[in-house]
Design a protein around this ligand. Sequence first.
Ligand code: HAM
Length: 426
Amino acid sequence: MTERLQAPRGTFDVLPEDWDARTALEHRARDLLESAGYRRIETPAFEATELFARGVGEATDIVQKEMYSFDDGGGRSLTLRPEGTAPISRAYMEHGMHKLPAPVKLWYLGPFFRHERAQAGRYRQFWQVGAEALGSDDPALDAELIVLLHTLLDELGVRDLRLLLSSLGQPGAREAYRDQLKEYLHAHADRLSSDVRARIDLNPLRAFDADHPGTREVMKDAPRLIDHLDAADAEHFAHVRALLDKADIAYEIDPTLVRGLDYYTRTVFEFTSEALGAQSGVGGGGRYDGLVQMLGGPPTAGVGWAAGIERMLLAGAEAPHGAAPVELFVALDDGGRREDAFATVVAARRAGLHAEMELAGRSLKGQLKQADRLGARYVAILRAQEAELRDMSSAEQEPVVPDEGEDAVSPEAIVSAALRGLRGVA
Ligand code: HAM
C-alpha cells in the first residue's frame, strides 16, 4: 500500500471558502498602507542563504534551526525566505533605492517558511503582510508604523490586543549592557537555575524568560537595558512614546521584550492577542538602522513590521463570507441546446454579469434547485425555439421576446431581458 498523500506537516491548503476573509484582509491592508504612502513590493520566495545568515543573525533560532535550505545544484545554498526584512533590504540596495527621496516606503504580502514545531497558529508555511520604511531615522516613522498596524488589527476586530514596546538602543550600548548583566548574573549565580547559569556568558538575556522561581526573583532587580540607553537613543524612544500618546495608542513598556531577530536597534514592539493562546504574537517589528550596511550597502536607517495573516484571522472577528451571488443561471428544458446555453453565458459574462450554466446533467427541477443554491437572481430556461426568464425572488416566469424578424430567441435577447430585470426596468 502506498501512503496517502497529504499536505506536508505544518502547511495547509487555502480552500475556496477561505479566500473571502483573506482577500478582505489583503484589501484592508493595501488601502491602509497605500493611503500612508507605502507601495507594494514582492521579493523571491527563496534567496541566497547568506542573506539570512548575515541579516537575521547566525546565532538566532531562525538561522540555526528553522531555515529550509537547499543546494540549487550549482553548489550554491538557497533558502526559502523565513522573513521579509532582509530580502527587502537586499532589493533596496540592488535597485539603488537609496538614491530615491527618503523615506522609501514599501509593503508586501506573501508566504514565508520556517521549520518550527507545528501547532495551532504556528505553521511551516505561513503568510505575512509587512511594511518597511527605509532611509530615515525619524521617530515619527516608528510611531506611524505602529499606528498603522494598530489600525489594521483594530479594523479586523483582533480581540484582547496589547502593545508591548521597548528600545534596544544601538549595538555599542547593548554590548556594554550585556557585560553589566553578565556581572550581575555571576554575582547571583547560586540562586539561578542550572540552565540559565550555564548560559550566562553565551546568552544572558535568556534569563529574563526563565520560569524558575529563584531566577525570576533574581531578575526582578537585574539591570535593564532600557535604563542604560545612551542619550540619543533615550531621546528617540521618548519621541516615539510621545507620538503614540498623541495618537491615543495604549502600550506597555516591556524591558524584557526580545524579538527573535538580530538586526534590531532602538524601537522594538509586538502586538499580542490573548485569543491566540500560546502563540500570542500577532504582529511585531522594530527599527533596524544597521541592517543595510551589514549586508554591504550604505548606512541606512530602517523600521518596519510584519503580521501573520493566519494569526490575524484566528484572533480577528469572523469576516463575512460567501461567494458573490450568481445573477443569471442558464438552464435547459426539453429541446434546449447546450450550444445555445453556452453562447448565452458567454454573452452574459461579456455584458459583465456573473453567469453560470448547467454542467452536471440535472433535470429541470434539479437545475432550479442548483440555481437557488447559488443564490441566482434570474434563471433563463432554454427550449427549442423559445426561452423563459424566471425571477427567483418572486418565482414569476416570463417568455423572452425574440429579436424582430427572428423566430428563435437569441442569447443577446436573453441577456438584455436579464439586464432589464437586474436594473429594475420594466
Ligand atoms: P516575526 O515576529 O518573526 O517578525 O514575524 C512576524 C509575524 O509573523 C508574527 O508576529 C506572527 O504573526 C507571524 N509568524 C511568524 N512565524 C510564524 C509561524 N511559524 N506561523 C504562523 N505565523 C508566524 C518578522 O518576521 C520581521 N521580519 C518583522 C519586521 C519587519 N521587523 C522589521 N520589519
